[in-house]
Design a protein around this ligand. Structure first.
Ligand code: IP8
Length: 257
């Protein structure tokens, strides 16, 4: 199945990672408005995935993982709360978005391959409904684990073959060193084969699934022949999500093999 876009809303774009359970409401509503405009102008067939931000990561850290049943229950609880805020905002701006509980359709098999039941997503997309998935807990042959929204995006792309894979981040893209360092330069293009030479550094935040580097490493694992465009850009800058969804020129980093 071919769709227009898979959009990942980074956890740091929709929540304030410095706080606990803190939502960037103004950004969430602006983003919902941009997605709504794109939905009516150019992107009916799309999937949205969001990260854990200040809801998922601190909860996992507090419980030291998700193996404990209560930890799983708590992480799912808070991620669904965040998901509902995003879906509500999209609905408020007229996007027929629905929550799609990731833990209920994904499974990690014994070879560590991420399996998922894609039929409900396919049917929803056919009806121009926009499913909103999220980084979550994944049950698996070897126990439960945290599933990053980034891995979900790359895995979804193997089935839904989007024109564009879009990562909305809180920075402009991939830098040659950590973006907070003096002289850090934004890379226009990054090849997945070269990620070993980039100094990603640590962003000093609670992020149990890793950040920019992990995003790219998943790309290497899931890359396939049908990938057309992959873009990492700043979702906090007004207009960029709309422009990216509609295939307009956006300042950021293009990812190639
Ligand atoms: O923020 C992680 O998703 P990510 C989700 O996309 C949890 O890495 C539950 C921490």
């Amino acid at each position: 199945m071919h769709i227009t876009n898979i959009l990942k809303l980074g956890g740091s774009v929709i929540t304030d990672k410095k706080g606990h359970y803190s939502i960037r409401y103004a950004d969430v509503y602006r983003i919902a408005q941009e997605i709504s405009l794109a939905y009516s102008m150019c992107s009916k067939r799309m999937l949205i995935v969001h990260g854990g931000g200040s809801f998922g990561h601190p909860t996992v850290a507090e419980h030291g993982g998700v193996e404990n049943p209560m930890a799983t229950s708590q992480v799912v609880y808070f991620m669904r709360e965040l998901n509902m805020v995003i879906v509500d905002a999209l609905n408020a701006y007229g996007v027929p978005a629905i929550p799609m509980d990731t833990h209920a359709i994904f499974y990690r098999d014994c070879e560590k391959f991420l399996q998922f039941f894609y039929k409900p997503l396919e049917e929803a997309i056919e009806k121009s409904i926009v499913p909103v998935l999220y980084g979550d807990v994944v049950f698996g042959c070897k126990g439960s684990d945290v599933l990053s929204g980034d891995e979900i995006v790359w895995r979804l792309s193997t089935v839904f073959k989007p024109c564009r894979i879009l990562f909305a981040s809180d920075v402009d893209g991939v830098y040659d060193k950590h973006p907070s360092e003096v002289g850090a330069k934004l890379l226009d293009v990054v090849s997945l084969h070269n990620i070993g030479v980039i100094e990603f550094g640590s962003q000093g935040r609670t992020d149990v699934t890793g950040e920019m580097k992990a995003k790219l490493l998943y790309g290497l694992r899931y890359w396939h022949g049908d990938i057309a465009e992959v873009l990492i850009f700043n979702g906090l800058k007004k207009g960029r999500i709309y422009n990216a969804l509609c295939g307009k020129d956006v300042h950021g980093t293009r990812v190639i093999l």
